[in-house]
Design a protein. Structure first.
Length: 255
């Protein structure tokens, strides 16, 4: 199961001309931070997150294997949340629950965008979905790595939904079979970014980075991995700038 840990906190936009509303959202196991320019978009995100969780919760009792398997499991139910998780897991080679946090964040930001929001961020425990009319800094937190809390990705404006999802073997209660402090995946498909973050974090090591060759460049833009004092990147990773990460902004949750 992926990224409930606080590997990557969402940061306010670089521009300070607009007051950003930061809302702490909690519904059952989902703990997220929602950022928007207007309260109505916060309300839209809350409703969408609850609706997506309800879709998943209503499905699971009839298919308990869906929530327990660590292997790819393809279903076609017509339920948006369930089918997104399943498809992402199959493409990344992991179980559907590896994509749960990213899928929920994605549902919330899609709803905000469809309501007209030009700036919308949901950080679901280190799995981030956003649309943005301005650059956004996303702080890098990688536990005890010496590279932690010292820099941030600068995400350029994104008119459509974009995902920045992280999995860690050393931070948070995530189930991981690897050793990486943080593996961050960038993709327009937030569910897929979440699933790939788990998949890669399970196997990547300084001696084994060939797993990055499995990633489909047509659906994933880039990967950035931190292992101790070493970093590895693949594809198109956003620029990294020096920054002091405020750990009070980190969102930690479970699903």
């Amino acid at each position: 199961m992926t990224g409930p840990g606080p590997e990557i906190p969402a940061y306010p936009p670089c521009s300070t001309r607009v007051r950003v509303i930061r809302y702490h959202f909690q519904f059952r196991e989902t703990i997220a931070t929602i950022l928007a320019d207007e309260q109505r978009y916060i309300d839209t995100a809350r409703s969408a997150l609850v609706r997506a969780r309800h879709e998943l919760e209503h499905y699971i009792p009839g298919d308990p294997f869906f929530v327990s398997t660590l292997e790819p499991y393809l279903v076609d139910t017509g339920i948006t949340t369930v089918d997104r998780m399943s498809a992402a897991g199959v493409r990344a080679g992991v179980g559907p629950m590896a994509a749960v946090a990213g899928t929920l964040a994605m549902a919330g930001v899609i709803a905000m965008r469809d309501e007209g929001a030009e700036f919308a961020v949901i950080d679901n425990g280190g799995d981030i979905a956003l649309v943005s009319d301005r650059p956004v800094r996303v702080g890098i937190y990688a536990g005890t790595s010496p590279l932690s809390n010292r820099s941030a990705f600068v995400i350029p404006p994104k008119k459509d939904v974009f995902g920045i999802c992280t999995s860690s073997a050393t931070v948070g209660p995530s189930l991981s079979f690897g050793t990486a402090d943080a593996v961050t995946v960038f993709s327009p498909d937030v569910a897929l970014a979440d699933a790939w973050a788990t998949s890669l974090c399970n196997v990547i090591s300084p001696e084994n980075t060939k797993c990055l060759e499995k990633v489909d460049p047509a659906s994933v833009e880039g990967v950035f991995a931190i292992m101790g004092s070493r970093t590895f990147s693949w594809g198109n990773v956003p620029p990294v700038t020096a920054a002091q990460v405020d750990e009070s902004l980190i969102t930690s949750g479970y699903l």
